[in-house]
Ligand binder design. Structure first.
Ligand code: NAD
Length: 254
C-alpha cells in the first residue's frame, strides 16, 4: 500500500531539484502525478524514467508565470485524470543582487513565478477540491520567508507572500476539508542553490560558507524535502492547516 494510493497530485517544477525528487516519491507511493515544468527536455526525460518503472506520471510543459498558463495546467490535469487531490506548488526561481539594483522586470518575474503562480494555481484548484470534498495544498515558501538574508530582498518578499497567502487560504478553506500548508526548506543541494554559489567570486568557498550555516554540517537533499512534502500530501497530518513547516537541518534556530 502506498501512502498516496488513488490520489491525483499536480506538482510544479518537476524537471529539477526538489520537484523532481517529489515527483518520483509521490509516484512510488501510488499517486498519479501530473508534473508541470517549463523545461520540456528534462520534464520528458523524467516522464520516460518514471513510466519505464510502471509509475503513473504525466508530464505537461508550461511556463507558469501567467494566470492563463496556471488555469490551463489545472484544466489539463482534471481533464486527463478527472480529479485533483494534491497541489504541490514547488516551481520557483531565485535572484541574488543588491536591493537597489533589482529592476521592475526582475521583481515582476520573481513575483510571477514564486508568488502569483501559487495564487492562481490555488484559485483554480480549490473549487475542484471543494467539489470533491477535500484536498491538500503544499505551497513552497522558504526559510527566507521567516529569516532574512542580504541580497535576497525580492526572493524573501516573494516567499513571505507565499506564506501569508497560505495562512489566509488555510483559514478560508479549513471548513471544506482542504489542508493548505507551507513548506519552508533551508539550503538544499539543487541546481538552484548551486547556481547561487556559482555566482560568487569563489563558488567553492561560497558553498563551504553555506554548509557552515548548517548545524548538521551539510546541505539538505531534495529527497529529504520530498519526504516532508509526502507527509503533508498524505492523510496523516489531518490537524495541520496553515502551518509553516521549516525543514532546514536546524539552520534557522542557530
Ligand atoms: P531548481 O532550480 O532545481 O528547480 C526548480 C524547477 O522549477 C526547475 O525545473 C524549473 O524549470 C522550474 N521552474 C522555474 N520557473 C518556472 C516557471 N515559470 N514555470 C514552470 N516551471 C518553472 O530549484 P529547487 O532548489 O529544487 O527549488 C524548488 C523550490 O524550493 C523553489 O520554489 C525554491 O524557491 C524552493 N527552495 C529551495 C531552496 C534550496 O536551497 N534549493 C531553499 C528554500 C526554498
Amino acid at each position: 500500500m502506498g501512502r498516496l494510493d488513488g490520489k491525483v497530485a499536480l506538482i510544479t517544477g518537476v524537471a529539477s531539484g526538489i520537484g523532481r525528487a517529489a515527483a518520483a516519491l509521490f509516484a512510488a507511493e501510488g499517486a498519479t502525478v501530473f508534473g508541470v515544468d517549463r523545461n520540456e527536455v528534462a520534464g520528458q526525460s523524467l516522464a520516460e524514467t518514471l513510466q519505464a518503472k510502471g509509475q503513473s506520471f504525466h508530464y505537461f510543459t508550461a511556463d507558469l508565470s501567467t494566470e492563463a498558463a496556471c488555469a490551463t495546467a489545472i484544466d489539463r490535469c482534471c481533464a486527463t485524470f478527472g480529479r485533483l487531490d494534491i497541489l504541490y506548488n514547488n516551481a520557483g526561481i531565485s535572484v541574488i543582487e543588491p536591493f537597489t539594483r533589482t529592476d521592475a522586470d526582475t521583481l515582476e518575474r520573481i513575483m510571477a513565478v514564486n508568488f502569483k503562480s501559487v495564487f492562481y494555481l490555488c484559485q483554480q484548484a480549490i473549487p475542484r477540491m471543494q467539489q470533491q470534498g477535500g484536498g491538500a495544498v503544499i505551497n513552497t515558501a522558504s526559510e527566507l520567508a521567516i529569516v532574512a538574508q542580504p541580497l535576497y530582498a525580492a526572493y524573501c518578499a516573494s516567499k513571505g507572500a507565499v506564506l501569508s497567502l497560505t495562512r489566509a487560504l488555510a483559514l478560508e478553506y479549513a471548513k471544506d476539508n482542504i489542508r493548505i500548508n507551507a513548506l519552508c526548506p533551508g539550503p538544499i543541494d539543487t541546481p538552484m542553490l548551486q547556481g547561487e554559489f556559482d555566482q560568487a567570486a569563489d563558488p567553492t568557498q561560497a558553498k563551504a560558507e553555506g554548509i557552515a550555516t548548517m548545524p548538521i554540517g551539510r546541505l539538505g537533499t531534495p529527497a529529504e524535502i520530498a519526504q516532508v512534502a509526502l507527509f503533508l500530501a498524505s492523510d496523516a497530518p489531518a490537524l495541520m492547516h496553515g502551518a509553516a513547516l521549516v525543514v532546514d537541518g536546524g539552520k534557522t534556530i542557530l
